[in-house]
Design a binder for this molecule. Structure first.
Ligand SMILES: [Ca+2]
Ligand SMILES: [Ca+2]
Ligand SMILES: [Ca+2]
Ligand SMILES: [Ca+2]
Length: 297
């Protein structure tokens, strides 16, 4: 009897691997990955082309672990970490997976559950300071012009003068190329563009210190209404000794790849075995705004 069951399992495994099962196709090669966020964890799911078959991975994980570069392997346990493959009698929609109470239709006509395997989650994190410069325009990833601990690529005030880079670039765009670095704003014409120049008007008083009302914003301190802000006026050079940086914000985004490995799906004596099944990529799976005020030495 045991030999008979073993042979039966072997038959189904072989037939599944080459797609030979009569009812279900199990073709998830060209699917797009979706997910729902529920109290019991994330439900990742992918549909076949006809949207009548779904493979679903329910995982319980601390989101914070997916906001750093890395790979997490979760061993399937049939409970908190589980995978189910379902065949439906008609096409399914997002609501089926993400409703607290699944709708009555479509109906499940086949269901396999995983009795072993891993869910592999690969997160690749990117940063954005929305300062008007692309990642390549920010320069070397280790570059920290103002030495405030935030590298330029996620520091929205690269020179630490309390004037955001976005307001120190080539705002006029007279050359029409929409490239802020081909004709950068350089108020004092010293060769150092304003967004990297801690003394924009070259009057000997750092821009950060030309802050008469101490609100950590030098752009609204104007002694000469005809000229404009003091930090751009070399005729006004008063040092108010500002000791603080303004609050900084940057965004972290995690792109997540979901892969099932060594998957064994079973239904009675039938088995579907997949060594590797890439469910897909979620380019903006998690985003988080980080708010930090760097210390000024
Ligand atoms: Ca910095
Ligand atoms: Ca920057
Ligand atoms: Ca600045
Ligand atoms: Ca300059």
């Amino acid at each position: 009897m045991k030999i008979w069951f073993a042979l039966l399992s072997l038959f189904f495994c072989l037939s599944c691997d080459d797609g030979g099962i009569a009812i279900e196709s199990f073709d998830f090669d060209q699917t797009s990955l979706n997910y729902c966020d529920a109290p019991q964890g994330y439900l990742f799911y992918a549909l076949n082309d006809a949207e009548t078959e779904a493979i679903m991975a329910q995982v319980l994980i601390d989101p914070a672990t997916l906001l750093v570069d890395g790979t997490v392997n979760l061993v399937l346990n049939g409970n908190t970490q589980s995978v189910v493959y379902r065949v439906f009698d008609q096409s399914v929609t997002q609501e089926y997976f993400c409703s607290a109470i699944p709708p009555n239709t479509p109906q499940v006509i086949e269901e396999f559950t995983a009795n072993s395997g891993d869910v592999e989650l690969i997160s690749v994190v990117s940063y954005d300071d929305f300062d008007g410069l692309s990642l390549s325009q920010e320069g070397d990833l280790n570059l920290d012009t103002d030495v405030d601990g935030l590298p330029n690529f996620y520091d929205f005030d690269d020179d630490g003068d309390n004037v955001p880079t976005l307001f120190e670039l080539d705002l006029v765009n007279a050359d029409g190329d929409n490239d802020p670095l081909t004709n950068p704003l350089d108020t004092d014409s010293d060769g150092l563009p304003d967004y990297l120049d801690p003394d924009d008007d070259g009057d000997g008083v750092l821009t950060i210190n030309e802050d008469n009302n101490y609100d950590l914003d030098p752009t609204n301190d104007v002694s000469d209404l005809d000229f404009g802000a003091d930090y751009l006026n070399p005729e006004v050079a008063v040092d108010y000794s500002i000791e603080l940086y303004r609050e900084h914000v940057y965004e972290i985004t995690s792109a997540l790849t979901v892969i099932l490995r060594d998957l064994v799906l079973v239904r009675d004596a039938e088995e579907i075995i997949k060594d590797v099944l890439v469910l897909g990529v979620l380019p903006r799976f998690l985003t988080e705004d980080v708010v930090v005020t760097p210390l000024r030495d």
